[in-house]
Design a binder for this molecule. Structure first.
Ligand code: NAD
Ligand code: UGA
Length: 473
């Protein structure tokens, strides 16, 4: 079916390019709330597509509480996962770009700005394939002004090309957090839509109005929308680095970071969210988005502003290094062949995502010191760990297992010299910590970077206990 090149009255068909942590859940919720819409989520990664289509809902490619239920209501009703990219773009009134935008690893801006090759590939594909009028929506997080490049690609005309297609470009950044994605999508604090074409903006508003109150839908110009997303992530990360910097000072002075963060957060002007000290923020976005902000500031000659934001990443790296150094020092400066249990490898609880997880840097450093790691995580698999730490589990020289993934906690902690808690999984809170401390080799240490153990659980431990932001208790 070829669409006409005229203004769209109502969106009937959506295509979303990118079936990842954002594309999958966000389209599933739209499909759930808008049964009249047909949504085609496409991805070039066939393995991912197959996993989205798996009959066994526990095998979806990403773990998110509640996602299985939404997918079971919508999949193959009005939500379809495939790699039929061309066909899906062709029939869509609205195409969401929800592809990855990781930091460039080579060339100009390497290590500093997003690699936009996947976004550009999408724009070129849409230009080639779309028919009639199409609304293109940036869902990926992009450096401010990227919409201009997308517009330039979409509106470029090849020689002898008959102009029978047209485009409107909107920015609609996603604010969901992993682990609470469904909740965030169903009840967002706000939906942000940036653009210049009022008709296109209204059509996107109509979709969200199916379940989101109008006063939570904010419209801005394209550039404000793009920059608001980077700024929101930078502000959130800034709070974490601020409290983490104070956690170190607490350990030196006898103050407790948990008491300080409570006292500070009770001030309504400050608020209590994102003041939890920990091993540093992970996840695919905070670091990337701040690096983009820093790059943009430098590009526009705002060096002092760039330096200010860069400090947030500096503190984050420092916090991870600091934790590793404390572990080495406490274990008599020597980890050679000592067994250490790592509890939690995901960057936060309730996700199987390990991108930029603090566990990666800490585990790599402990391995470099010669430690043997017993790793546990309820949702992360062995392959993910292997590709994250880039170290095979068996040492080629000695045939020794230098790290292992365990399924049971008892096996993970048996005979270890230390336990390092790096992810705040609920399961860890309910363990019998006294029993666990008895399974360790003495003298033993528990390093709790997530404040998982409560006061009552610490009292009769047979291990030494160190809590981030409190020190040794
Ligand atoms: P992801 O890597 O999980 O998913 C991206 C998907 O896009 C991949 O499956 C990839 O195969 C596919 N893809 C890339 N290029 C393609 C192409 N040309 N054609 C078809 N498929 C293609 O990434 P994600 O975590 O979903 O993030 C996507 C964007 O959303 C990023 O810009 C990110 O910054 C932003 N974001 C992410 C989160 C989050 O919680 N992960 C939250 C808000 C915003
Ligand atoms: C974050 C933002 O919260 C989302 O709004 C945004 O859409 C998303 O990034 C994105 O753009 O990708 P996410 O990274 O999934 O979401 O998860 P967060 O809950 O923000 O946690 C990020 C990291 O900060 C985790 O490692 C977490 O453990 C850590 N954190 C969070 C703390 O150390 N302390 C806190 O108080 C809160």
């Amino acid at each position: 079916m070829i669409k006409e090149n005229k203004k769209i009255k109502r969106i009937k068909t959506i295509c979303c390019v990118g079936a990842g942590y954002v594309g999958g859940p966000s389209m599933a919720v739209i499909a759930d709330r808008c049964p009249d819409l047909n949504i085609f989520v496409v991805d070039s990664n066939l393995q991912r597509v197959d996993a989205w289509n798996n009959d066994d809902l526990s095998k979806l490619p990403i773990y998110e509480p509640g996602l299985d239920k939404v997918v079971s209501r919508t999949r193959n009703r009005n939500l379809f996962f495939s790699n039929n990219i061309d066909e899906s773009i062709k029939k869509a009134d609205m195409v969401f770009i929800s592809v990855n935008t990781p930091i460039k690893v080579k060339g100009i801006g390497a290590g500093q700005t997003s690699n936009l090759k996947w976004v550009e590939a999408c724009a070129r594909k849409i230009k080639e394939i779309a028919t009639g009028h199409t609304i293109v929506v940036e869902k990926s997080t992009l450096p401010v002004k990227t919409a201009q490049s997308i517009k330039d690609i979409l509106n470029s005309q090849d020689q002898n090309e008959v102009k029978n297609k047209s485009f409107s470009i909107l920015s609609n950044p996603e604010f969901l957090a992993e682990g609470t994605a469904i909740e965030n999508l169903e009840k967002p604090d706000r939906v942000l839509i940036g653009g210049e074409d009022k008709d296109a903006i209204d059509l996107l508003i109509q979709i969200y109005e199916n379940w989101i109150p109008k006063n939570k839908i904010l419209t801005t110009n394209l550039w404000s929308s793009e920059l608001s997303k980077l700024t929101a992530n930078a502000f959130l990360a800034q709070r974490i680095s601020s409290i983490n910097s104070i956690s170190a000072l607490c350990e030196k002075t006898g103050a407790s970071v948990y008491e300080v963060s409570k006292a500070v957060g009770l001030d309504k002007r400050i608020g209590k969210e994102f003041l939890q000290a920990g091993p540093g923020f992970g996840g695919s976005c905070f670091k990337k988005d701040i690096l983009n902000l820093v790059y943009l500031c430098n590009f526009y000659g705002l060096g002092t502003v760039a330096d200010y934001w860069e400090q947030i990443i500096e503190i984050n790296n420092w916090q991870q290094k600091r934790i590793y150094e404390i572990i080495v020092n406490r274990l008599f400066g020597n980890l050679a062949e000592k067994k250490i249990a790592i509890l939690g490898f995901a960057f936060k609880a309730n996700t199987n995502d390990t991108r930029e997880s603090p566990a990666i840097e800490i585990a790599k450093n402990l391995l470099l010191e010669g430690a043997i790691l017993n790793i546990h995580d309820p949702k992360v698999n062995k392959l993910q760990i292997e590709s994250a730490i880039e170290v095979e589990s068996k040492s080629k020289k000695s045939n020794l297992n230098i790290w292992n993934k365990f399924e049971r906690i008892d096996d993970t902690v048996n005979g270890v010299d230390a336990i390092v808690i790096l992810t705040d999984w609920e399961d860890y809170k309910n363990l019998d910590w006294i029993k666990i401390s008895k399974l360790m080799r003495n003298p033993s240490w528990i390093f709790d970077t997530r404040s998982v153990l409560e006061k009552s659980q610490i009292k009769n431990l047979e291990a030494n206990y160190w809590k981030l932001g409190d020190g040794f208790l």
